[in-house]
Design a binder for this molecule. Structure first.
Ligand SMILES: Nc1ncnc2c1ncn2[C@@H]1O[C@H](COP(=O)(O)OP(=O)(O)OP(=O)(O)O)[C@@H](O)[C@H]1O
Length: 321
């Protein structure tokens, strides 16, 4: 586990049993068996794992929504299992199913939540940033999955939290909303918020996370920055020639058309670029020629013969659970 600098959350040896379950003859089921992690201020920490890996259980224990069976958790220096309203007001939570009252309309709901905090963020600003105005007159129950998700994010941010938990933040979002939500997450991180998200999508982790913990069957199986995880030796030679190129340069480069369409290129945060796909020496030549023509010299550059998905499949096994 990494050494803490400015942790907002430290989980050590978390154990969670559920039950007793009739399907197990009245025995308890261990769904988390020793997860440990550290999430830092000003960073996005991702818990990446397949369905049922134990991600939601882990973060619900971290939020104090579920009682843990064993291990220790420190959220902003307090035990979330015992802490009161003071801690809750410093923590924003966006749950998978939203947890929003079905008959409420978005803006009055956000104003109501804002009224619960001493120093709320501006409702108008959040409504504007997350495009909520376009569905402001629709009740929660009639909102699409993506609209609910954006409203849930606004609700989680109203109290201007120091820590933000996001459970599968891109679930149900169309590409435009996803971009909107991802830009906001990057901005909040840059402003110093500690963000912890769960996802089973490699792409989300690759685009957003400063540090990734891969969880499988209730345990940590790998961790690191995306670049570190990509440097891991493959367990089995895949025979594919997918490569990932990471580079840092000035923000806002328009690289469209520089590389073939089979290669995705993204700016994951201001000035950090990732290109993923069947990159060839010719593609690298085209990219460096483009840099030369545009006076761009990257401050860092790395190439890995793997994608995060390869690493994920190596460490969590290839069976679908
Ligand atoms: N109360 C419960 N009773 C029975 N099984 C449970 C209970 N709570 C969790 N589980 C099981 O524990 C495992 C971990 O669940 P959890 O929701 O934490 O996984 P997850 O990694 O968040 O998955 P997903 O990506 O599908 O949301 C799953 O197999 C789930 O079915």
């Amino acid at each position: 586990m990494r050494s803490p600098e400015s942790p907002v959350l430290t989980i050590s040896g978390l154990i969670k049993d559920v039950g007793p379950l009739a399907s197990l003859d009245g025995k308890m089921l261990r769904v988390v068996s020793g997860v440990s992690l550290i999430a830092e201020r000003g960073q996005v920490t991702a818990l990446l794992g397949a369905n049922g890996a134990g991600k939601t259980t882990t973060i619900e224990c971290a939020q104090g929504l579920q009682a843990r069976t064993g291990g220790t958790i420190s959220l902003l220096g307090q035990d979330p299992g015992r802490a009161g309203a003071d801690l809750r007001s410093r923590v924003g939570v966006m749950l998978q199913d939203g947890g929003l009252p079905p008959s409420a309309r978005p803006i009055p709901l956000l104003r109501h939540i804002a009224g619960m905090y001493a120093k709320p963020r501006s409702v108008d600003e959040l409504v504007d940033r997350l495009g909520i105005e376009s569905f402001a007159r629709t009740s929660v129950r009639r909102l699409s999955g993506g609209q609910k998700q954006r409203l849930a994010l606004a609700a989680a941010l109203i109290g201007d939290p120091e820590v933000l938990f996001l459970d599968e933040p891109s679930a149900g979002l169309d590409p435009q909303s996803r971009q909107l939500v991802f830009e906001l997450i990057a901005e909040l991180r840059d402003a110093g918020m500690g963000i912890i998200l769960t996802t089973h999508l490699m792409d989300d982790a690759q685009r957003l996370a400063d540090y990734v913990y891969i969880i499988d069957a209730g345990r940590n199986v790998a961790e690191g920055t995306v670049a570190q995880l990509l440097q891991r030796e493959p367990a089995v030679e895949s025979g594919e020639h997918i490569r990932t190129l990471l580079f840092e340069a000035e923000a806002g480069l328009n690289l469209s058309g520089v590389l073939p369409e089979s290669i995705t290129v993204r700016e994951t945060r201001a000035g950090s670029y990732i290109a993923n796909g069947p990159l060839t020496a010719q593609d690298l030549a085209a990219l460096t020629a483009w840099w030369a023509a545009h006076g761009v010299m990257p401050s860092s550059l790395s190439l890995a013969a793997r994608s995060l998905e390869d690493v994920f499949l190596d460490v969590s096994g290839k069976d679908v659970r």
